[in-house]
Design a protein around this ligand. Sequence first.
Ligand code: ZN
Ligand code: ZN
Length: 356
Amino acid sequence: MKESLKKLMDLLPDDADGAIITSDLNRRYLTDMKSSAGTLVFTRTAAAFIIDFRYIEKARSVITDYPVILQDGLFTQIASFFAEQKASRISIEADTMTMSEYHSFCEKMPSLTLLSDNRLSDTVNKLRAHKTPEEISFIQSAQDITDKTFSHILDFIKPGVTEREVAVEMEYFMRKNGASSLAFDSIVVSGVNSSLPHGVPSDKKIENGDFVTMDFGAAYNGYCSDMTRTVAVGKISEEQKHVYDTVLTAHLMAAEAVLPGKRYCDIDKVARDYIYQNGYEGCFGHGLGHSLGLFIHEEPRFSMTCDEIIEPGVIETIEPGIYLEGKFGVRIEDTVLITENGIKSFAHSEKKLITL
Ligand code: ZN
Ligand code: ZN
């Protein structure tokens, strides 16, 4: 959220004396100003926000710690800001700046040396991983809308209704109940389609004996929620039941295992080992979870390769799944806050199998 000038300056790599923030989400994170344009520039002693006429009035009311400048020749304005501050070694966001932007910056501002490594991006990403109480409350509000939507949609799902109709109804309900937008395009897949982890809602009608997997979330004040539930429609097979129970147990075991001091990959392993030992090796082809915030996918992740140490204050999803090609799939996902003692789930929707 809004960082003091001092916090901005702490982002600078040691050998840089200035920085340019151009990405939408980091700009918003560091200034609180939501816009599709604008440039934040800062040094160890000063900052300025340059933005065009469409946003200037709003920006001046949101940003009060440093000057907000009407954009009128961006490159000249950036160059003169740094010249006044006697800064010439400038860090950029290497992970989001395009090659063409980079070349324009170099060409139009020859007095500056742009440091094109990842340090600025990495530092902002690390800062974003630890959520403030305000950010946590926004994510809870987003999840509350998501839970309410799940209860609502259970009455809507029945044989003959299409996946697309379910997805549209969920979207309408989320928007009507306070979502600023969807956190991402909802996944609603049923029957054979449910073996596609990221399938797109189709005109397929839901049938008796189907699993219906819904992966969806509201955004509230820009912050995302993310939840997946799989429900059964009518009578399902013993195999379907076994797969559901295996995924649910893997989910609960992983949730129980989370503790600061362990590594993120250790938690992925708990769920993965259990799924593989139950005969589903090769059927869980994605990581156990990811962080989220302004983005739906942020770092760090509960993945096989993330050996970072788990820290409190970080938000993660836990989402094991089993996908049997050509048959069906199950995924159960909650978004959780990591605390000193384990986790606290944002979601309150039932995880035990619901049969409609
Ligand atoms: Zn999800
Ligand atoms: Zn997710």
